[in-house]
Write a protein that binds this ligand. Sequence first.
Ligand SMILES: C[S@@+](CC[C@H](N)C(=O)[O-])C[C@H]1O[C@@H](n2cnc3c(N)ncnc32)[C@H](O)[C@@H]1O
Length: 226
Amino acid sequence: MDNNFNQMWNQQEYVARYNQVYPLLDQDCQLYCDLLQIKMDDHLLDLGCGEGYFVKKLLEMGIKKITVVDVSGEQLLRLREKLTPQEEQKLTIIEGDFESISFPQEQVTKVFARASLHHLDQLKKRLFFQKLKSVTKKSALFLLHDMVFDFPKEELNQQMPRLLQEASVHYGDRWILKKEDIIATWFDEFPEDFKTWISVCKEGGLELVGRKRITSFLSILLFSKI
Ligand SMILES: C[S@@+](CC[C@H](N)C(=O)[O-])C[C@H]1O[C@@H](n2cnc3c(N)ncnc32)[C@H](O)[C@@H]1O
């Protein structure tokens, strides 16, 4: 189903600004590879791959297969432009909304989702994870890098003074560029508290195996498929 968020992700200017202000760095990719224990015979699923910086890195490393999902034709165009013909052959692109897409039959061994699943409200997340369940192999690893509140989400208003202070220290010079987006993500999109993410991921048969807490509003969570 189309909505305002999806329309935003199809605007050239919006996408260009996002990719410039929130680039993925090589050191982030290295951390994700380590945590996901990436091997070259993995089949990785990237949910909300954006312009595909991580995907391109993995293809250059020689990974066997990647499937990506993204609702943004704009982002996928940027990804396609980066690929060699050989890399394209290893990639399956699903252009569409998490809500309505169907996955191919084949099961994946690794799943990666950075800053994408908070676009779904809690009910849609639950339905999406139920759909994801059949696509992941037993023991598949799933890495979620997203807004994860350390406190119950209902306390967001109360926590604001502390969060703003913490965010300004965390983002440093770049806070001024990001402040408006980050606050909009907290209030207008659907980040969850730690407990809710765990419960939502459980719908996909996923059990928490690790957590790297970055701030009281950001974490990397690692799950394994039971
Ligand atoms: C904040 S960006 C993150 C992109 C990339 N994962 C990264 O870390 O740079 C969110 C991505 O999720 C995609 N997205 C947002 N809502 C979506 C939805 N409902 N279904 C599929 N993709 C969605 C956007 O098009 C965008 O590329």
